[in-house]
Design a protein. Structure first.
Length: 50
């Protein structure tokens, strides 16, 4: 589940998708991760690149 900005409770969604984008900096930073609500197609949050 994505980190909730400003704290608080994570949203309740029926279909949560984790979309991963590979980049040429994955070895250093890791992939870009986006969490999407499958019903509304809205972006819910982003994963942290490490």
């Amino acid at each position: 589940m994505p980190i909730v900005k400003g704290g608080g409770e994570a949203p309740k969604v029926k279909h949560l998708y984790k979309v991963t984008f590979k980049t040429n900096m994955d070895l250093v930073l890791g992939p870009i991760v986006v969490y999407v609500d499958g019903d509304t197609k809205k972006i819910l949050g982003y994963g942290v690149r490490e």
